[in-house]
Design a protein around this ligand. Structure first.
Ligand SMILES: Cc1cc2nc3c(=O)[nH]c(=O)nc-3n(C[C@H](O)[C@H](O)[C@H](O)COP(=O)(O)OP(=O)(O)OC[C@H]3O[C@@H](n4cnc5c(N)ncnc54)[C@H](O)[C@@H]3O)c2cc1C
Length: 367
């Protein structure tokens, strides 16, 4: 008999949801986290009474009623609706592209007028688009492309849109209604008190060790748990035996400002090429904060290198086929469950990672 039923590696949402089910079924859990805090990428740091989304802006949205009920049983959610604004050289436009955007851009008022302008501009591209620029113009016309897509995309990828392949942008959602709600999901909001409220509820009753890299003491931790739930990078688990998976990363620069309200909205996208960052987040607006000060974070895209935070898995053929090699090894393991964004090398939104952990836990413990 080992000391714990489960040793959970990582303390993000996947491990948290799994631990919640395990505890509910009377199992003992140890959580090992290499950062000095729990919560994974949804962790909030409190500064001047503001919950700062330390690893990037997180907005909860889902159409899955079961997931929505589950998170609402852990924390109360507010009515935050994501309605980001684009700043193009000081001109402010509503996102996603909708009648408010078109009305501001062209001084028009009806969907018919907007459709007419976009159709005329799209006609510039004849035949199959040869690159991302042509693809974007064929979807939204030149003006929306030049003001709201081009610079942002070039900063994200570090390359000119004419040098990027067309397939990167398959769709650009265009709405012919005056609706600034970014997401189409049925439910959305931010947990009141920040995401830490959720994470603390999920890990209640678990033993926790932070500031510990499981892989450095793997044998020891394996000896403590009957089953390991591993949510770190899968290639690191196997000592990169087939090679290294690639990720996209970000750099965040936060500042505390001596003013109450800096930009009037939680998320502003900077869509020109010259501003070096892609987004600026003002955290207090996620929770309608009224504190006298404010915290803003600039988000810079960076090419991932070893040692950086692996934020986004890369969804290309090379990386996906490398991942499949690791997944085949993982499938043969007994006593180890691989889960989450890094363990499955998959871009999961929060609701999807919860769904996936619920499914795994229900396979083991029942509903
Ligand atoms: C910038 C950004 C913005 C996002 N915005 C949204 C959003 O608005 N809405 C949304 O729904 N989703 C968003 N997401 C996705 C969301 O962050 C994920 O769905 C969720 O956090 C994934 O949880 P996880 O448990 O899989 O991974 P993580 O949260 O990454 O947790 C994994 C944990 O494992 C730890 N770990 C790794 N290796 C080891 C080791 N060897 N030993 C010990 N510990 C280890 C890590 O430190 C980390 O804490 C965003 C993601 C990013 C990167």
């Amino acid at each position: 008999m080992k000391k714990y039923d489960y040793v959970l590696v990582g303390s993000g949402l996947y491990a948290g949801v799994f631990a919640w089910y395990a505890r509910k079924n009377g199992k003992s859990c140890l959580v090992v986290e290499k950062r000095d805090h729990i919560g994974g990428n949804i962790y909030c740091e409190e500064i001047e009474g503001i919950h700062v989304h330390k690893y990037g802006a997180h907005i909860f949205h889902t159409s899955n009623r079961k997931v929505w009920d589950f998170v609402n049983s852990l924390a109360e959610f507010n009515r935050y609706t994501n309605s980001p604004v684009a700043n193009f050289k000081g001109e402010m436009y509503n996102m996603p592209f909708n009648m408010n955007t078109f009305s501001k851009m062209w001084g028009i008022s009806t969907p018919e007028e907007a459709k007419d302008i976009i159709e005329k501009q799209r006609a510039e591209i004849q035949g199959e688009p040869k690159n991302l620029e042509e693809q974007a113009i064929s979807l939204v016309g030149r003006e929306v492309y030049e003001k709201l897509v081009k610079g942002y995309t070039e900063k994200q990828w570090g390359r000119d849109c004419r040098e990027l392949p067309a397939f990167i942008i398959k769709r650009l959602p265009v709405r012919y209604t005056y609706d600034n709600n970014y997401f189409n999901d049925l439910y959305q909001g931010i947990p009141i008190g920040g995401y830490n409220v959720i994470m603390e509820a999920l890990f209640e009753g678990c033993d926790m060790e932070t500031g510990v890299d499981y892989l450095e003491k793997k044998e020891y931790y394996d000896s403590l748990g009957e089953t390991i739930v591993y949510t770190g990078t899968i290639d690191a688990y196997y000592s990169y035996c087939f090679g290294k998976l690639e990720y996209r990363s970000l750099r965040f620069e936060s500042e505390l400002l001596e003013e109450e309200n800096h930009q009037g909205v939680a998320v502003v996208n900077y869509t020109d090429r010259e501003t070096p960052y892609t987004r600026m987040i003002e955290h207090k607006h996620f929770e309608f904060g009224t504190q006298p000060k404010t915290v803003v974070t600039k988000e810079y895209p960076v090419t991932w290198q070893e040692g950086m935070e692996p934020y986004y898995p890369v969804n290309d053929e090379k990386n996906q086929s490398l991942y499949q090699q690791y997944a085949a090894l993982a499938q043969r393991e007994t006593g180890v469950i691989f889960g989450g964004r890094l363990g499955e090398y998959k871009y999961y939104d929060m609701d999807k990672v919860i769904e996936s952990a619920m499914k795994k836990a229900e396979e083991i413990f029942g509903e």
